[in-house]
Design a protein around this ligand. Structure first.
Ligand SMILES: Cc1cc2nc3c(=O)[nH]c(=O)nc-3n(C[C@H](O)[C@H](O)[C@H](O)COP(=O)(O)OP(=O)(O)OC[C@H]3O[C@@H](n4cnc5c(N)ncnc54)[C@H](O)[C@@H]3O)c2cc1C
Length: 385
């Protein structure tokens, strides 16, 4: 492969992106619009399964459609980018099925995988990844939700906050403290069914509708069979999933940036002021050029990080590449969407306009799965390693 083609997509990958975009535009976006904003849209999740997208995330041996045992990071990025260009709701629903279920797929026992992955892959069950707590976000290793020994198992007591798909999820990968005062080394991952006795929750409304909420655990009973991976090894369970998903948060951002750029290019070509199209004002055309350049630079960083992961998930270069990709893409997308709003003028702010939607939607990815500042911390630490 020559360097010039290092990140050119294959014809097959390009076809997959185009097919995913058409499906999102023609089928998924209308279903997404019919949902209840800020709540899990089970019809949409069902449609993602019915049209073959959800099964692509999971191996055939666990109810999916893959021959290999996990999705490649690059394929995940291409799917998320393509969906984001047409329907952020469909993108998010797909991503959350993966984020909630991958800890079980990557670290679960055969029995846990058999019980939970087929319904998630088939769109019948909705999973969630429950790490963040009201007092511990970036510093997740300090989490406090207590797992207290109880016979051959534990009782879970405490709170989670800002958990996507909560409180409606059917199954939670939930991180709790099994060993006090030991930071990330005392955290264990558990599989907790959504209807477990003692588990309750409430929804949280965000600036852009997203199914998300708080959880309250009041002595929820879990057994040794509900442990994911090893006792006190929960942080590794979380990180194995986040390593795979982090570049794809960047891909979501790139998809939104591309949608904003496409809208701005069309608008600047059609809208006239002072007797000419906006695109003939250099202030506008240079803004478009910069938007296109930053979007493409972000895309290449994302593809590079995903490819690094696919070559070897344990490669030390993965951490730095993923952090850079997530940081650069989410920051670039915010900037690009803001410029697109400016080029559109007032109409972009009208409720229901694509850019009004993207302007609200693009904000959260700079915060979740590690804030921009935390990504910089990671990159800086890697520079001195
Ligand atoms: C839409 C959305 C979906 C989410 N989904 C999930 C989910 O499914 N599961 C889940 O577990 N969580 C989820 N979260 C929570 C998310 O992961 C946290 O919000 C995130 O980790 C940041 O934590 P925090 O909000 O508590 O901010 P804090 O950690 O309190 O940080 C506040 C500010 O301080 C900065 N800061 C903190 N530490 C440092 C440092 N060392 N150096 C420099 N700056 C620092 C941060 O960058 C930030 O700017 C979601 C959040 C959102 C918005």
């Amino acid at each position: 492969m020559t360097p010039a083609h290092a990140f050119a997509l294959t014809p097959e990958q390009r076809r997959m992106v185009e097919e995913t975009r058409s499906l999102a535009r023609d089928v998924l976006a209308p279903i997404a619009e019919g949902g209840d904003p800020g709540r899990v849209n089970r019809t949409l999740v069902g449609a993602l399964a019915e049209h073959g997208l959800l099964p692509r995330l999971f191996p055939a041996s666990a109810g999916g459609s893959r021959e290999d045992d996990r999705i490649s990071a690059l394929e995940l990025c291409l799917l998320r980018e393509a969906l984001a260009m047409e329907s952020t709701e469909a993108e998010t629903a797909l991503a959350l099925q993966g984020l909630g279920a991958y800890p079980i797929l990557l670290s679960g026992s055969p029995e846990q995988v058999r019980r939970w992955i087929p319904p998630v892959a088939g769109g019948a069950a909705v999973p969630a990844f429950a790490l963040t707590e009201p007092e511990h976000g970036s510093d997740a290793g300090a989490l406090e939700l207590a797992a207290e020994p109880d016979g051959d198992g534990w009782r879970l007591t405490g709170q989670k906050a800002f958990i996507s798909n909560a409180p409606e999820a059917d199954v939670y990968t939930l991180f709790a403290r099994t060993t006090p005062d030991s930071g990330p080394k005392g955290v264990t991952a558990f599989v907790v069914p959504g209807d477990a006795a003692g588990l309750s929750g409430t929804s949280i409304e965000l600036i852009a509708p997203h199914p998300i909420g708080r959880l309250e655990l009041d002595g929820v009973r879990v057994s040794g069979e509900d442990v994911l991976g090893d006792v006190d090894g929960g942080f590794r369970v979380a990180m194995r999933t986040l390593d795979l998903f982090r570049p794809s948060v960047g891909a979501f951002a790139v998809g939104m940036a591309q949608a904003a750029l496409d809208a701005a290019v069309a608008h600047a070509g059609a809208r006239r002021a002072f007797g000419r199209p906006l695109r003939e004002f250099q202030a506008v055309s240079h803004a478009l050029a910069e938007m296109a350049t930053r979007t493409q630079a972000a895309r290449l960083l994302v593809y590079a990080a995903a490819s690094t992961y696919d070559a070897d998930p344990e490669d030390g270069a993965v951490t730095r590449a993923s952090a850079m990709a997530k940081l650069a893409a989410t920051e670039a997308a915010q900037w690009v969407v803001d410029r697109a709003v400016q080029i559109h003028g007032a109409r972009a702010l009208e409720r229901g306009h694509l850019l009004e939607h993207l302007y609200r939607e693009v904000r959260a990815p700079r915060i979740y799965e590690g804030t921009t500042e935390i990504q910089r911390e990671i990159v800086a630490r890697e520079l001195y390693r």
